[in-house]
Write a protein of this length. Structure first.
Length: 173
């Protein structure tokens, strides 16, 4: 625990009420292990292998935060309340859930809460894609690609992009 935190505990009377032993207990949770932003005591998600599972509604909140981070809660609410017709409380609940899952962190400045992503969009897309492929196509990429190519309406430009991707993949294999 840093000296500023210890002085704050002494000034507030926390140390006298709780005692030195409890201060030492909390001191082991150093700033190097946990972010200074509040995240409900969870270790930072970047230390974990996989990003958290995110619901469809949570994904929409994450899109706003990825696009505009750091963003205050009011900014997220104003961007989603009108387009999704969600109440501000619903959006704040989703923000709290994402913080609890470790997908977001926040810092408090006065009465404002500023949110930042703790996992990248690309990492979440990768995890969701792998999960979908494992559940629906038994982990096989070939049936997945075949299904999307058959079912999607593709322009000539998109078809040539897909061909180029497959050719590059074949060369690198």
């Amino acid at each position: 625990m840093d000296q500023e935190s210890i002085r704050s505990c002494q000034k507030s009377g926390w140390l006298e009420r709780r005692g030195e032993a409890q201060l030492q207990f909390f001191a082991k949770w150093s700033v190097t292990d946990y972010d200074r932003s509040y995240n409900y005591g969870r270790k930072r998600r970047r230390l974990m292998d996989t990003p958290p599972r995110i619901s469809e509604a949570e994904w929409q909140v994450m899109e706003v935060v990825w696009e505009h981070h750091p963003i205050p809660a009011g900014g997220v609410v104003s961007r989603l309340a009108e387009s999704k017709q969600w109440s501000p409380q619903t959006i704040k609940t989703l923000l709290a859930r994402l913080v609890k899952k470790g997908a977001l962190s926040f810092t408090q400045e006065g009465k404002r809460y500023w949110y930042s992503p703790q996992v990248s969009r690309s990492r979440c897309i990768q995890a969701e894609s792998q999960s979908f492929m494992a559940r629906v196509f038994r982990g096989k990429s070939s049936p997945l690609l075949a299904h999307f190519v058959k079912e999607a309406e593709l322009s000539a430009e998109e078809i040539s992009e897909l061909k180029a991707l497959l050719e590059r993949k074949e060369k690198n294999s």
